[in-house]
Design a protein around this ligand. Structure first.
Ligand code: PMP
Length: 406
């Protein structure tokens, strides 16, 4: 039985008041809050285990290395990858995508080649590919969306040519909440001999992700959006690609042998982990994944889906409120505007009532351009949010309308 009140007690940050009101945190798409087990794990690691990994023969170094490598194994199990060495620890989704865009680009992309993205990508899955295009003279092709925020799949299927080298697509849109049919899209791409990178920054925290079942070539996500620490992220890549791709950064740990004449690179996964990595972040991330597994990933998905339906129903009762992102298949991201009210004005009033929502373009400017707007208010839900909090958001929006005279 999913007990949200019990779960809320695991998150210290949720226990506080903001401007005299109980905090209602609805900015989970930007970053999520941390359960006590994650905070305590980081504390105990720094208190008892901290040491540089892979390099020392002393007790602490061996312990830290063991914990780091078992965190890698934990991630591998969580996403059902085939091998531990297919899990690369990075600083986050952005770092993971930059790494693939550089390394894959160096190896496989030349002038005139094509990369397929979608109109609903986060800037992190646009700009690294644009930078690659500037370096190599390749070009981007963009799958358009309709006004519900769904991809136009017929257009997508016609986009492949012999020059298409990679498809990079978000699993879930951070601005609209749409869950894309990535499994089918990966099949189409593979039928055209094109590998696929899936940006999982907004999907992995909301349900079960199985990279073997998806058959994606790369899957990336950030620790901080899945109740883990910030500054840690994951790049999953199929062994065959990671073996062939050159490293992204040079330095310690990614080498086997260095002379001034020639350097040989380390085996996977270390080839892609130059320098002292965020090993504390990795261990904290593993604690977050354990917490989610114990809470029940299917139960979380079910609870969030019900809460999302409730939130849509409730907010649609606000006169003049318009949703952006009305796909039949979506997660708990509610992007909206209220007639005649600027998002920043509404966001500021709501904040004073203790409610944290996001305002702006959500780093997805092309989505805003599609709808001809300069931003939205965004309430993004987590499994510790409640119907009562949605009711308070609803009341706050009525107050906004009353105060701004519409
Ligand atoms: N992709 C998507 C879909 C996102 O929502 C985000 C974060 N808002 C990112 C990429 C970038 O993640 P990070 O800032 O953690 O690197």
């Amino acid at each position: 039985m999913f007990d949200v009140e019990k779960i809320r007690k695991d998150f210290p940050v949720l226990q506080q008041k903001v401007y005299g009101n109980p905090l209602i945190y609805l900015d989970n798409g930007a970053t999520s809050q941390k359960p006590r087990v994650v905070i305590e794990k980081i504390n105990s690691f720094y208190s008892l285990t901290n040491s540089s990994i892979h390099r020392g023969i002393h007790f602490l170094s061996e312990q830290a290395t063991t914990e780091y490598e078992s965190a890698r194994n934990r991630v591998k199990e969580f996403i059902n990858a085939e091998h531990d060495h297919e899990i690369i620890f990075t600083a986050g989704t952005t770092a993971s995508i930059n790494s693939v865009a550089f390394s894959f680009g160096e190896k496989y992309i030349k002038a005139g080649d094509e990369i397929i993205l979608t109109e609903m990508e986060h800037h992190a899955n646009i700009v690294p590919w644009q930078m690659l295009c500037d370096r190599k003279g390749c070009k981007l092709k963009i799958v358009p969306i309709d006004d519900n925020g769904d991809l136009l799949l017929e257009d997508f299927e016609k986009m492949f040519t012999p020059k298409t080298r990679i498809l990079a697509i978000t699993h879930v849109s951070n601005a609209l909440g749409t869950i894309n049919p990535v499994r089918e899209m990966i099949k189409t791409a593979h039928a055209n001999n094109v590998p696929v990178l899936v940006d999982g920054a907004q999907s992995i925290q909301h349900g079960v992700v199985d990279v073997s079942d998806l058959d994606c070539d790369f899957f990336v996500f950030s620790g901080h959006k899945i109740y883990g620490p910030t500054g840690i992220g994951v790049l999953y890549g199929k062994e065959k690609w990671l073996e062939e791709m050159p490293p992204y950064q040079g330095g310690g740990d990614m080498i086997k042998n260095v002379t001034f004449e020639k350097t040989t690179y380390n085996d996977l996964p270390f080839k892609f982990e130059a320098g002292t990595t965020n090993y504390v972040g990795a261990v904290g991330l593993a604690a977050a994944l354990d917490y989610l597994t114990e809470t029940g990933r299917e139960e979380i998905e079910e609870y969030e889906s019900e809460l999302t339906g409730y939130a849509h129903g409730k907010l649609s009762q606000v006169e003049g409120l318009k949703f952006f992102g009305t796909s039949a298949n979506k997660i708990g991201i509610l992007s909206f505007l209220i007639d005649g009210i600027h998002q920043y004005d509404a966001g500021m009033i709501i904040d004073k009532l203790g409610i944290a929502v996001r305002t702006g373009t959500h780093c997805a400017q092309p989505v805003m351009d599609h709808f001809g707007i300069d931003g939205t208010l965004r309430a993004s839900l987590a499994f510790y949010n409640t119907k009562d909090e949605i009711d308070r958001l609803y009341e706050a929006l009525l107050k906004v309308k009353q105060m701004l005279g519409t």
